[in-house]
Design a protein around this ligand. Structure first.
Ligand code: ADE
Length: 251
């Protein structure tokens, strides 16, 4: 059974489909799905679209229609944690929806009906993904970040948060972080899809792992940093890390 490789934007997955062998394209629910094999591992590549609902729809399609046995997300995020800089990579250990607020009926950030705020990524798949990311960061990615005059990247592992908002102001990002920290949540990165996919995967009992390269600091420069990074570096991480991950899964 195949593993699914998801990104939100075409720029985040550019070139990955060309690495597949025996590619078949199909359409479902307004999305294009590319099936093929990579180093002997069956994969399906697709774009989730932007935001939690689009991502949840794509995840369900992958599980129900294409029998995905696991979902791996590769894309970009805004850095929130101290020292999580543009060019670095965050491998998610767990996810929270930062815009979930059913208080005072339920505690802030808790998903009603689930009795919890956090959805954990699969430890085994995440470990393999982290090994692939670490190798890439240590051996290849410094050459890419240098093209944007950024220092050699570092890898981080920890909580990532998602919500239907592009966070693009220093004050907004500080408030977001403060609210989460008051609830004992210490996010490294913010994006717009992962927590929805983590919840769908938990519902179906399917492993989920995610890596996000940091395109911006979710601050006043985010709207400039984001497109620059997405256009030049995001897909390189996807190609190199996913190829390595497939080798590790097939080994
Ligand atoms: N993805 C990349 N950067 C982001 C940001 N600043 N806010 C939300 N999602 C993002």
């Amino acid at each position: 059974m195949p593993i699914a490789i998801l990104s939100a934007l075409p720029e985040e997955q550019d070139g990955l489909v060309h690495l597949l062998q025996d590619v078949q394209q199909s359409e479902h629910a307004g999305r294009v799905f590319w099936r093929g094999s990579l180093h002997g591992q069956q994969v399906i590549c697709a774009l989730s679209g932007i935001g939690k609902v689009a991502a949840a729809t794509t995840a369900v399609a992958l599980l129900e229609r294409f029998n995905a046995q696991a979902i791996v997300f590769t894309g970009v995020a805004g850095g929130l944690g101290d020292g999580v800089n543009v060019g670095d990579v965050v491998v998610a250990t767990d996810y929270v929806q930062h815009d979930m607020d059913a208080s005072p009926l339920f505690p802030r950030y808790e998903i009603p009906g689930y009795g919890r705020q956090r959805f954990a990524c699969d430890p085994t798949l995440t470990d393999k993904l982290a090994q692939a990311v670490r190798y890439c960061v240590e051996h290849q990615a410094a050459a890419w970040t240098a093209t944007l005059n950024l220092p050699a990247p570092r890898m981080h592992e920890g909580l990532t948060v998602s919500g239907d908002r592009f966070v693009s102001g220093a004050q907004e990002s500080a408030q977001l972080r403060q609210g989460l920290e008051q609830a004992g949540l210490h996010p490294l990165a913010v994006e717009m899809e992962g927590a929805a996919i983590a919840q769908v995967c938990a519902d179906y009992g399917v492993p989920f792992a995610a890596m996000r390269s940091i395109s911006d600091r979710a601050d006043d420069a985010a709207h400039v940093d984001f497109p620059k990074f997405v256009q030049s570096i995001a897909s390189r991480y996807a190609q190199v890390v996913i190829e390595d991950l497939c080798k590790r899964i097939a080994a």
